[in-house]
Design a protein around this ligand. Structure first.
Ligand code: SF4
Ligand SMILES: [Zn+2]
Length: 354
């Protein structure tokens, strides 16, 4: 390494270095203080979120319509490291597929930052800066404006028989705990080993299946000229699961089945229509049955607003502060939103922590 650290860097280091570790504590503070990528489109729904068990459309409606009431998420160092590892695993698989020449989508020159579209075998040097291989994979942006949905598939694979979408999932103990509680409990009770837990995963988890079906639905609604001969015809998605404890891998292939996402599509449509007309969607049955006494409702930032919108409010609920500034007018449904996928949301989904 050449040169020496600037006094500003040393000053920053000294200010952050106040514990007994040599460097780990300072790294932790550095990571926690890094600005978020801030590229999450908060005006749309995201498949990774609406695929979760017990998704509440009412909550997502409020988070778009009255975002100033939201409680900002605050991730710890461990969670951020999990996100980063999930990101690295994606980059690894996408690089291999790029090298194989079968990855299609949007690419960015890391040097001069221009974009291009195409299959990785056809990319060639950058037409602007001349770099021989500058292309970073920017995936393929998906949307379904009628349902206020946007997202990114992890890849579009041009395979010999037909193209397919790709979804890569890094699976850890936390993923199994969230996605398949009974399998996780068997491990906790010592009935199965960690290896057996992995081998018992015979198909993608239900939330991942729903997410994949939503991506296929969005691919079918593709409305860009570029890719119009590929995307709307795709009806299968390949899942690659990588088991974090040992890096073992397995593959699943699923065909589109709209029945699996009936309720997600209905909920998303209710949110999209609600945003157009200013009407919150009905609360989900699981919340209605228990009159707000659910873990999701108890920690929901919109609880008061939600349960005071009609005479079903349980006793003792404080009326919301309706003097807060009204949200900005919502944009008209875009033809296709090409905004970077919410990296934080994707990483949460990959890590199975949210
Ligand atoms: S309080 Fe419950 S039902 Fe209402 S928005 Fe929040 S999670 Fe949904
Ligand atoms: Zn370039």
């Amino acid at each position: 390494m050449s040169g020496s650290p600037t006094s500003k860097a040393l000053d920053t280091y000294a200010k952050t270095h106040k514990d007994t570790t040599v460097v780990l504590g300072a790294i932790e503070r550095h990571v926690l203080q890094r600005p978020d990528d801030g590229d999450r489109d908060m005006t749309q729904l995201h498949p990774s979120e609406i695929s979760k068990n017990r998704w509440c459309p009412t909550k997502d409606y409020f988070s778009i319509a009255v975002p100033h009431l939201a409680i900002p998420e605050d991730f710890g160092f461990q969670t951020l490291r999990i996100f980063e590892e999930g990101h690295d695993i994606h980059a690894k698989w996408q690089l291999w597929l790029k090298e194989m020449g079968i990855l299609w989508g949007k690419w960015k020159c890391f040097r001069c930052e221009i974009y291009t579209w195409g299959q990785s075998c056809d990319l060639g040097p950058c037409p602007r800066c001349g770099h021989p291989d500058p292309w970073l994979y920017k995936e393929a942006p998906l949307s379904l404006p009628s349902h206020a949905l946007i997202g990114h598939t992890d890849g579009v694979l041009i395979l010999p028989d037909k193209p397919r979408l790709l979804e890569v999932k890094s699976i850890g103990l936390g993923t199994v705990r969230v996605m398949n509680g009974s399998l996780y409990d068997s491990f906790l009770k010592g009935e199965i080993t960690m290896d057996q837990m992995w081998w018992r995963i015979k198909r993608p988890f239900a939330a991942h299946i729903r997410q994949g079906m939503l991506y296929l639905r969005m691919a079918m609604a593709w409305n860009l000229l570029i890719g119009h001969q590929i995307m709307p015809k795709i009806n299968e998605i390949v899942f690659i699961y990588e088991w974090k404890p040992t890096q073992k891998v397995k593959e699943f292939v699923l065909t589109y089945n709209e029945q699996l996402i009936d309720s997600q599509l209905a909920g998303a449509k209710a949110v999209a229509d609600g945003l157009r007309y200013g009407i919150a969607p009905s609360r989900p049955a699981w919340a209605e049955e228990r009159k707000m006494d659910t873990p999701a409702c108890r920690k929901c930032a919109y609880r008061t607003l939600c349960w005071s919108t009609n005479d079903q409010s349980p006793p003792g609920v404080v009326q919301p502060d309706l003097t807060a500034p009204a949200p900005a007018a919502l944009p008209a449904a875009p033809v296709l939103t090409i905004k970077r996928a919410p990296a934080a949301a994707r990483r949460r989904a990959m890590a199975g922590v949210g």
